[in-house]
Design a binder for this molecule. Structure first.
Ligand SMILES: [Zn+2]
Length: 156
């Protein structure tokens, strides 16, 4: 980190040199004083340029951190919920619900990656279209089974 004190010291030295140069009567001493002042001003300018670059870098970092913090804060309004069959989802806290908002759930796996992904929900479970996470609520009824063909005695 660049020290702004170095720039201030260089400016102070330049000021003191200029103040002392007012009393100088010979050209050689005056030239040396002017040269010293220019060197100090150049040094201060260089240091202040570095300070300005660091300032901009810190502003960028601050903006990125604020964005990340705001993105993370979206998850504060959700709480873990266990389904009837033991799977986990993140459900919107009732206290965070806006009027007319559904008490939806989001995917816990996507949340770990910093992504807010709404879950689709039906009576059997909740599913994430993004990562295919599935939280079962209750067993699905058995699928339609092919009936075994009944051979009529008349056809034989
Ligand atoms: Zn997901």
């Amino acid at each position: 980190m660049v020290e702004i004190g170095a720039a201030l010291t260089a400016l102070r030295t330049a000021y003191d040199t200029a103040k002392a140069a007012k009393e100088v009567n010979d050209q050689a001493s005056l030239n040396a004083a002017v040269s010293n002042i220019m060197e100090r001003l150049t040094s201060a300018q260089f240091t202040l340029t570095e300070v300005l670059q660091e300032h901009h870098a810190l502003l960028d970092e601050n903006r990125r951190l604020r964005e990340a913090q705001a993105k993370e804060a979206r998850f504060d309004q959700y709480e873990p919920e266990r389904t009837e069959r033991g799977a986990f989802v993140l459900r919107l806290k009732p206290s965070s619900t806006e009027p007319d908002e559904i008490l939806h759930a989001i995917c816990p796996d996507c949340r770990e990656g910093g992504v807010l992904s709404y879950l689709s929900e039906d009576e059997y479970g909740l599913s994430c279209f993004r990562c295919k996470y599935y939280a079962s609520k209750k067993a699905r009824p058995p699928r339609f089974k092919k009936r075994s063909r009944i051979v009529s005695p008349r056809m034989v």
